[in-house]
Design a protein around this ligand. Structure first.
Ligand SMILES: [Zn+2]
Ligand SMILES: [Zn+2]
Length: 117
């Protein structure tokens, strides 16, 4: 493709008059995935009654809530503790790995990719 055409394509792809780039990025939400998370025992103590805690992986500097794909199961007591002492002091395990394992299990169960919904 001639360079001039390529430049035109790039220009067409970026529309400076569009206000879309001003919009806040949409945070991923999926209630079905949260239900799945709550069927798991607490990651820290194994208590079977859990809530879905949204773990921040350091990308939420704007103060928004992390996406539902970062949800992990914690019992009420551990959840309170997590918010009280912070992620660095709380986790005795690799929470990123736990998030990946939970997402993998969800997909293996034949559920649609929560990021595509
Ligand atoms: Zn617990
Ligand atoms: Zn929480």
């Amino acid at each position: 493709m001639p360079i001039a055409d390529r430049d035109n394509d790039a220009r067409n792809a970026y529309n400076p008059w569009s206000r879309d780039w001003l919009k806040k990025p949409k945070t991923f939400r999926a209630e079905g995935y949260l239900e799945f998370i709550r069927t798991h025992p607490c990651l820290e103590c194994g208590d079977p009654k859990t809530v879905a805690h949204h773990e921040s992986l350091g990308q939420n500097m704007m103060g928004g809530k992390p996406p539902d794909t970062h949800a992990v199961p914690l019992c009420v007591a551990c959840h309170d503790m997590r918010h009280h002492i912070g992620a660095e002091n709380f986790w005795s395990r690799d929470v990123r790995m736990a998030i990946i394992q939970l997402l993998t299990e969800y997909l293996r169960n034949g559920n649609p990719d929560p990021a595509d919904i």
